[in-house]
Design a protein around this ligand. Structure first.
Ligand SMILES: C[S@@+](CC[C@H](N)C(=O)[O-])C[C@H]1O[C@@H](n2cnc3c(N)ncnc32)[C@H](O)[C@@H]1O
Length: 218
């Protein structure tokens, strides 16, 4: 195993390491992800963007990780502004050094910054065509307990309010999250809520990941 980076800060320790051809990210002692199969991280972006209409799309991504969702957003030529918000400053630094397998080069259209996505959402009402959240292993398996509010009614309302009317919110989960879809559907600001189950085969075992999608009503 090769350690590519290790750093500690206000939000715990973050470790980037390579095991053979696979890159792994450990956040605050919790396995956050690897790149054995990144289809669902990429689907988080494609499923949201195919529901967006128009050009000159502004997209907010919460959670840089290994960069796969951000790279998929940037691969869509309609996206003119991609704002990626990451809690761990070390990860942002490693991205600048080209250490992230999903995002080896940082394009001009990318704005990458260190912040809590909850603050980014609260500070940008009505701004985004799409908001993509992948900051935990899902609402039932948090990397940081402080993220719990993102999946509760007030946090979901803030995320919807950060969208322009008709904009799309998409949330990744390592498990099916029907309760999250139900919670969103009950919000007055939400429309067209969908719970997408995305099967992945790993080592001969099937895992059901999920992306919950909703549109800001109006
Ligand atoms: C599973 S990874 C994201 C994977 C990413 N979708 C990809 O394609 O590689 C989760 C990331 O969210 C970050 N994170 C966790 N809580 C956050 C928060 N409140 N605000 C911003 N980033 C956060 C973690 O540090 C980690 O980098």
């Amino acid at each position: 195993m090769q350690e590519l980076g290790r750093a500690s800060g206000a939000h715990g320790e973050v470790v980037l390491r390579r095991r053979g051809a696979v890159t792994e990210l450990i956040v605050d002692g919790v396995f956050a992800m690897d790149d054995v199969d990144t289809s669902t991280e990429r689907a988080l972006a494609t499923e949201a963007l195919r529901r967006c209409t128009g050009d000159a799309l502004r997209v907010l991504v919460g959670g840089l990780g290994l960069g796969w969702t951000a790279a998929t957003v940037l691969a869509d030529p309609r996206v003119t502004e991609a704002d990626v918000v990451e809690l761990q400053p070390a990860l942002v630094g490693w991205a600048g050094e080209g250490l992230l397998p999903g995002l080896p080069v940082l394009p001009d259209r990318l704005r990458l910054r260190t912040a809590d996505v909850a603050d980014a959402l609260a500070g940008s009402p009505g701004r985004w065509d799409a908001v993509l959240l992948d900051v935990d292993n899902g609402p039932a398996f948090l990397v940081h307990e402080t993220n719990a509010g993102l999946y509760a009614e007030p946090g979901l309302s803030t995320a919807l309010a950060a969208l322009r009317p008709g904009g799309v919110l998409a949330i990744w989960s390592a498990d099916p999250a029907p309760e999250l879809a139900d919670r969103l559907a009950a919000l007055p600001g939400a429309a067209d809520v969908e719970h997408l189950v995305l099967p992945v085969d790993r080592d001969g075992r099937r895992f059901d990941y999920a992306v919950v999608v909703a549109r800001r009503a109006g």
